[in-house]
Design a protein around this ligand. Structure first.
Ligand code: C2E
Ligand code: MG
Ligand code: MG
Length: 793
């Protein structure tokens, strides 16, 4: 029986092991084991108890098991327990033998205690359960481990993808950045951005649109990927408010239109592009919205995660960066090739265009021409009306010049009041000259500047191409220079002879600089005499240049150039020193009641230098000459400007006398004379030349009258014969100068003359009685006749 029951139980135990090992986890295994054990021993209650807790139980409704009773039963404290519906039940408890305190407990009704066979079977079951549980635990651990490692590798794979994506994004962005830095073509950069968005975010279509600067209601497609090239070619236009891009631009924010998103339904144009979702970000240029980067997908499930939005924004920002950089670069480029004031091309751009035109000309045979323009008297506008008016005038002139241009021609401002025009395809030089004449006429019309009409003229030099080595700008400049020398508003065609003139002039300039350093200037002196007596009243110092190779040069050969280069000031200083010390020496050798005066010519340039007055004072001081004995001769053209009037007034304060030279040739109205601090008028030779002829004395007479009424001394210049002297004397002129009396001569010759003719001198100021005395002397003069001719050289 024992054997039988043992073999029976062995079979049961094998089944039991198979049953619970098949269960997926420990908990269900325990529960099933308890049920099976209770079944096998026909017990009403089964439980597993460990450390005061019931791990599994059968025979009671769920969660209603009597824990305390079961724990007591497991620990062998009670042999029977009360079970509802089964009265007193006998209890059996066997250890689980798993090294812990767990026990398997059964309770069976009927009052019969469990047999030792049943106890053995139960112990066997407990062992089997322990074994199965161990197996399940190992399996569970393994499964958990496997799960963890699977999860880990899933996580790794995800990280790897993110890393790859990030890497791809970084590579993309840095490639775009590099192309921006390298100033790749803007369209290529924007194209790369569209391509980047399309590939990185796996989108169906991407478009970059910029607002049309001509019409801000529209945008223009600049770059795209995946768009239907027939319906949406690059360059195609769309209304500003269309699509997600339109909204992104208008609201200056990232717009995401996706499934169930608020933006989806409200955005027009998505359907038109067969899109189910879209993302768009504004594109800026120097902080101002100029368009949008927009993209979309045909997949209705497509949504845009936070990292994807970041990527998209980064791409849009790169488009902004590229546009801003291109704009700033373009502006900087424009600034470096244009004149800021007038907006015209500058010299650099002009020369570049000329270069191209010349190269084209050698290929096609159509020759270019250059007009070099210089405004006449612009400095005067600037000085008298202020720089603001000067600037306005330049801008207005630039506008007129632009209007004179034919398409393809260029007008540039070279600086100051210099402009240049490049005319292409000129058949004959006369064509260029015609354009120049048109330009002169256009500039001639008055300009309304600051509520006043301003008139200017322009001098133009024209040069056309003879061969490709011609320096057209230099030639036109030379021709302009020539035009200027002919007066205002003239135009001159370049002639190769002008080069020789330029070389000559440059040589003269270097020679002059050297001459100043080596003091190569000397003076000759021409007496100013009292017509009646031939006595010398004053001596005019006239400069000569003893050129080491060219011999003695007259002022006409070098004074104009010296004035232009400014070297006249140094020459003038040397002249003043020589003349004053010579004057002082003569005064010592030929003392007179009224001492001999010495006249020195001043040029405009000298008068414009503020240091002139101090210079004259110093020279007078050093020579010991009385300031009253120095006459400074200035030309009439000076008298119109306030600046020079101030300088003259300060010179007068030193005590010197001021003479207006060549009077009558300038433009000054007689009215001016009243306001200028002057003492002497010198009638220009041109009014003296024909004076002896009938009817030609009127102008000389007028000058004498003005001089008389203003109490000025009047000297007639260029007296060459006795008739002139007689006529002037008759008109009441008392003083004169000319070859009839003496040519300009070296100091020693003048010295001899002073000894023979005597010095009459000029009393300092005798204005009020000067004319009266002249009138009084007229009679005896006529009676005595003229003896002065004997002093002629
Ligand atoms: P200017 O001051 O009117 O001087 C008179 C010029 O007429 C002198 O010429 C003189 O030689 C000339 N002349 C005098 N009498 C007669 C005459 O009867 N017939 C003719 N045909 N000519 C006569 P020059 O010495 O050649 O001087 C020319 C001009 O050069 C001067 O005209 C003056 O404006 C300027 N110049 C001379 N020396 C100086 C100087 O030291 N400084 C400056 N800034 N200019 C000077
Ligand atoms: Mg003079
Ligand atoms: Mg003169």
């Amino acid at each position: 029986m024992a054997n039988l029951s043992e073999s029976w139980s062995t079979q049961q135990l094998v089944e039991f092991l198979g049953l619970i090992s098949a269960l997926p986890d420990e908990h269900s295994a325990i529960l099933r084991a308890v049920e099976r054990a209770a079944e096998a021993l026909e017990a009403e209650v089964g439980a597993i108890v460990r450390e005061g807790r019931v791990l599994a139980c059968t025979g009671f409704p769920a969660h209603e098991e009597p824990t305390e009773t079961l724990v007591a039963a497991a620990e062998g404290q009670v042999l029977t327990i009360e079970v509802p519906g089964a009265a007193q039940c006998a209890v059996i408890s066997v250890p689980l033998e798993d090294g812990g305190s767990g026990r398997l407990v059964l309770a069976r009704s009927g009052g019969e205690p469990f047999s030792s066979q049943e106890a053995n079977l139960l112990r066997g079951m407990a062992r089997v359960l322990t074994l199965a549980l161990q197996g399940l635990r190992v399996l569970g651990d393994e499964r958990a481990l496997r799960e963890r490692s699977e999860q880990q590798s899933r996580e790794n794979a995800r990280l790897l993808t993110t890393l790859r994506e990030r890497q791809a994004l970084l590579e993309r962005l840095s490639k775009i950045q590099r192309s921006i830095v390298k100033r790749a073509k803007l369209s290529d950069v924007l194209d790369a951005i569209a391509a980047g968005a399309c590939e990185l975010l796996k989108l169906d279509s991407v478009g970059l649109r910029l607002i049309d600067p001509q019409d801000e209601e529209w945008t223009v497609l600049i770059a795209s990927r995946g768009l239907d090239a027939v319906r949406f070619p690059v360059g195609s236009r769309a209304p500003i408010n269309e699509g997600a891009g339109g909204r992104a631009a208008a609201q200056q924010r990232l717009v995401v239109a996706q499934r169930e998103g608020a933006d989806l339904e409200s955005i027009e144009g998505l359907k038109r592009r067969s899109l189910q979702s879209a993302i768009a970000a504004p594109v800026l240029e120097n902080g101002r919205v100029v368009g949008a980067l927009a993209a979309g997908s045909r997949d209705p499930e497509r949504t845009y995660s936070a990292p994807e939005r970041e990527v998209f924004l980064a791409l849009a920002e790169h488009a902004s960066l590229a546009l801003t950089d291109a704009k700033n670069y373009e502006e900087a480029l424009h600034r470096s090739f244009h004149d800021m004031l007038t907006g015209l091309p500058n010299r650099a751009l002009f020369l570049d265009r000329l270069d191209n035109a010349v190269r084209r000309a050698t290929r096609t045979g159509s020759t270019p021409a250059v007009l070099f323009l210089d405004l006449d008297g612009f400095k005067r506008v600037n000085d008298s009306r202020g720089h603001a008016a000067g600037d306005r005038l330049l801008v207005a002139v630039a506008d007129r010049l632009r209007e004179c241009l034919r398409p393809g021609d260029t007008v540039a401002r070279f600086g100051g009041d210099e402009f240049a025009m490049l005319l292409e395809g000129i058949g004959h030089p006369s064509e260029a000259k015609n354009v120049a004449e048109r330009v002169m006429a256009a500039v001639q019309a008055p300009f309304g500047i600051q509520d006043q009409d301003l008139e200017v003229s322009v001098s133009i030099g024209v040069a056309t191409m003879r061969d490709s080595s011609d320096d057209l700008v230099l030639n036109a400049d030379l021709a302009m220079y020539q035009a200027k020398s002919r007066g205002r508003g003239e135009c001159e065609l370049f002639d190769p002879g002008m080069h020789a003139a330029l070389v000559e002039r440059l040589l003269l300039e270097t020679d002059l600089a050297r001459a100043v350093e080596r003091r190569e200037f000397e003076l000759v002196y021409q007496p100013i005499v009292e017509l009646e007596s031939g006595s010398v009243a004053a001596v005019e110092a006239l400069v000569r240049w003893r050129h080491p190779e060219r011999g003695l040069l007259l002022p006409m050969a070098f004074i104009p150039t010296a004035e232009e280069t400014g070297v006249i000031c140094e020459i003038g200083h040397q002249v003043l020193e020589l003349a004053c010390s010579q004057g002082a020496a003569w005064q010592r050798r030929h003392p007179a009641e009224a001492p001999l005066a010495i006249a020195v010519n001043l040029s405009v340039t000298q008068l414009q230098r503020p240091e002139l007055v101090d210079d004259v004072a110093r020279v007078l001081d050093a020579s010991g000459l009385d300031p009253a004995s120095l006459i400074l001769e200035v030309t009439e053209t000076l008298l119109v400007q306030d600046l020079e009037r101030g300088a003259l007034a300060r010179l007068k304060k030193l005590g010197v006398q001021v003479a207006v030279d060549d009077f009558g040739t300038g433009y000054s109205s007689l009215q001016y004379l009243r306001h200028f601090p002057i003492d002497i008028l010198k009638i220009d030779k041109s009014f003296v030349d024909g004076i002896a002829r009938p009817g030609e004395a009127a102008l000389a007479q007028a000058i004498l009258d003005v001089g008389g009424s203003l109490n000025l001394r009047v000297i007639a210049e260029g007296l060459e014969d006795a008739e002139q002297v007689a006529k002037l004397t008759a008109l009441g002129c008392r003083w004169g100068q000319g070859y009839h009396y003496a040519r300009p001569e070296p100091a020693d010759e003048v010295d001899a003359r002073l000894s023979s003719s005597g010095v009459v001198g000029w009393p300092p100021v005798t204005r009020s009685d000067d004319r009266a005395r002249t009138a009084a002397r007229r009679k005896p003069q006529r009676r005595r006749g003229r003896s002065t001719s004997t002093h002629r050289r």
